[in-house]
Design a protein. Structure first.
Length: 286
């Protein structure tokens, strides 16, 4: 009996020693896939998540259902992993409705958003909706703007986009140009117009910005500079520069002539000595 007790005691001690030696298992947190990240911020912007609003900071990781709000004089750039980059201008509000490796859906309630996407895979989709329309793309560069009356303006820079209105009808824009979609408006090719000066100015500012060696942004700027829309900007800039040079040269030629004429008048007046005016009254004799 004593032997059995000794054996059980030894076995118990061994079991306790074995259990103590085992390292406690730490439950690993699920890996968070980075789909969207804040790359650049100038000004004031906020993230609204779970009804809590907090300031945006560079390198913030964004989640599905996040609402992004930019204030006046603010620029916010978001990198979409392996897909492209979007720039959110001032006084803009968007919601990241769907955010995954295959699908990205953004709702733009107000303001201006510039989107640049590389060519997506067959199983990938990108859509941006506004109060009056939805734009679906496979890989392109374009600008969306929602005004105070909730009208939506789509400006294509490069590639093509399919715009669908609230009635369900759609139209494809495959050349640089703009289309404004109002509530209950029919979509027609005739309503597509050339890029506005405002859109061209946005492109000019983007092309001049430091890319910061961000692959998506470097690709965007390079493609932008090769686009026909940017070439139009360069032509317009060259034309304006030539006009300024002509006006400046004309002004330089006209200035000496005016000065010469004034000098001649002064010489004539000096010869006539108009300053020697005889007094009308002699006070010395009084």
């Amino acid at each position: 009996m004593k032997k059995i007790k000794i054996i059980l005691t030894i076995f118990g001690i061994g079991l306790i020693f074995t259990l103590c030696k085992q390292e406690p298992q730490i439950q690993k947190e699920p890996e968070v896939k980075i789909i969207a990240k804040v790359q650049f911020l100038k000004g004031d912007a906020y993230i609204k998540r779970d009804n809590v609003e907090k300031p945006v900071q560079i390198n913030d990781l964004l989640q599905m259902k996040d609402i992004l709000i930019t204030k006046e004089n603010t620029t916010l750039d978001i990198v979409l992993k392996n897909k492209g980059i979007i720039r959110i201008a001032e006084n803009t509000q968007i919601e990241l409705q769907t955010l995954s490796e295959e699908n990205i859906e953004i709702h733009q309630n107000s303001g201006t958003v510039i989107t640049h996407l590389k060519k997506l895979k067959e199983n990938e989709n990108y859509r941006i909706s506004t109060p009056t329309a939805v734009a679906a793309v496979r890989g392109t560069s374009f600008i969306t703007k929602v005004d105070e009356e909730k009208n939506s303006n789509f400006a294509l820079i490069h590639g093509k986009i399919e715009v669908k209105n609230q009635k369900g009808s759609s139209i494809v824009i495959d050349q640089p140009g703009e289309l404004t979609v109002k509530k209950e408006m029919d979509l027609m090719k005739q309503k597509i117009r050339p890029l506005s000066k405002e859109s061209l100015q946005l492109l000019k500012e983007l092309a001049a910005q430091d890319t910061g060696n961000v692959q998506e942004f470097v690709s965007f700027v390079q493609e932008l500079k090769n686009s026909s829309a940017y070439k139009e900007i360069e032509l317009e800039a060259n034309y304006e520069e030539k006009v300024e040079n002509v006006v400046s040269n004309q002004n330089k030629k006209s200035i000496p002539k005016t000065q010469s004429a004034e000098e001649t008048v002064i010489k004539r007046n000096i010869k006539k000595d108009p300053l020697k005016i005889p007094p009308s009254r002699d006070f010395t004799k009084e």
